[in-house]
Write a protein that binds this ligand. Structure first.
Ligand SMILES: [Zn+2]
Ligand SMILES: [Zn+2]
Length: 246
C-alpha cells in the first residue's frame, strides 16, 4: 500500500466558466508540478476534453480518470467518476438527451474542445452550464448502472450543492461519497455538516484556473493509482482508505 494524492474534480477549457489556460497540457503539467498522482476531468455535463487530457497524462505518468459534473434539475452538482472513457461517454449520451438549450459564448463563456497538443478542435454548442431535466436520484442510479461512482459535489458551498439546494442529504440516496471544497477540511466537515458523517468524504480543487490546482486534494492509501482501488478506499475495505488529515 502507498499514499497517493488525488484531485478528482478538475474542469478544462470546455467548461464555459473555466479559464482558457485549463488546456490538456496546461492541466497535466501543473498537476505534476503539484505532486498529484491521480486526477479526474469533471467538466459540466460533458466529457469532450477527456481523451486529450488522458493522452497527455499518459505521457507524463499522471493517472487521469474519466468524469463529469452533472447538474440535476434541482441544480445540484453530482460528480460521476468512471473507470473507462466508454462509460463516461455513455453517461454523456444520457446527459445530452436531457440537457436543453444552446450555449451563448459571449454570455456564458466559450466551450473549447482541445486536442492533446492544445490545438483548438472546435466548440461544444450545448448549454453545458445549464441544468439537466434529470433528478438527483436518476443521475446517481444511471452512474451506478454504468459502474461509476457518484459523489455529491462541494456540499459545503452555498450554491449548487445538496445542502444548499435541498437543505439536507437525503439519507436513502445511494451516494458513494461527498466532496467538500478547499474551504473546509473533511475532518471538520464531518463534524459540522449534518448527514455526511456516515459517508466517505473527499476534497478536491474544483479548479477552473491553473492556480486553483493543488489547493485541495484527497490522500488515498491504496495499492495502485486506479479506479478500482479508489472504490475500495471509499468503502474502507481490504486495507484501503481515505486519509482525512494530511
Ligand atoms: Zn460544481
Ligand atoms: Zn466543478
Amino acid at each position: 500500500m502507498k499514499h497517493y494524492k488525488a484531485d478528482m474534480h478538475i474542469h478544462t477549457c470546455l467548461s464555459p466558466c473555466a479559464d482558457w489556460g485549463m488546456s490538456p497540457k496546461g492541466i497535466v503539467e501543473r498537476c505534476c508540478e503539484k505532486g498529484l498522482d491521480i486526477i479526474a476531468v469533471c467538466d459540466h455535463n460533458s466529457m469532450d476534453n477527456l481523451y486529450a487530457v488522458m493522452q497527455v497524462g499518459e505521457k507524463w505518468g499522471l493517472k487521469v480518470l474519466p468524469g463529469m459534473e452533472i447538474c440535476s434539475k434541482e441544480e445540484v452538482h453530482i460528480l460521476g467518476l468512471f473507470s473507462e472513457p466508454e462509460q463516461a461517454r455513455a453517461m454523456q449520451k444520457y446527459v445530452y438527451a436531457h440537457l436543453p438549450g444552446e450555449n451563448k459564448p459571449d454570455f456564458f463563456g466559450y466551450q473549447v474542445i482541445a486536442d492533446e497538443n492544445d490545438e483548438v478542435m472546435g466548440e461544444n454548442p450545448r448549454l453545458l452550464i445549464g441544468a439537466t431535466t434529470l433528478g438527483i436520484r436518476e443521475i446517481v442510479e444511471k452512474t451506478h448502472a454504468l459502474k461509476g461512482l457518484s459523489i455529491a459535489s462541494h456540499v459545503d458551498r452555498p450554491a449548487f450543492g445538496l445542502i444548499s439546494q435541498l437543505g439536507f442529504i437525503p439519507p436513502d440516496l445511494p451516494l458513494d461519497g461527498v466532496e467538500v471544497s478547499y474551504r473546509i477540511s473533511p475532518r471538520k466537515a464531518q463534524k459540522v455538516i449534518p448527514g455526511i458523517k456516515k459517508l466517505p468524504c473527499v476534497t478536491s480543487s474544483d479548479a477552473h484556473y491553473l492556480d486553483d490546482i493543488g489547493r485541495a486534494w484527497t490522500e488515498f492509501i491504496i495499492a495502485a493509482p486506479d479506479f478500482e482501488e479508489i472504490c475500495l478506499a471509499l468503502q474502507g475495505i481490504r486495507g484501503r482508505r481515505v486519509v482525512l488529515d494530511h
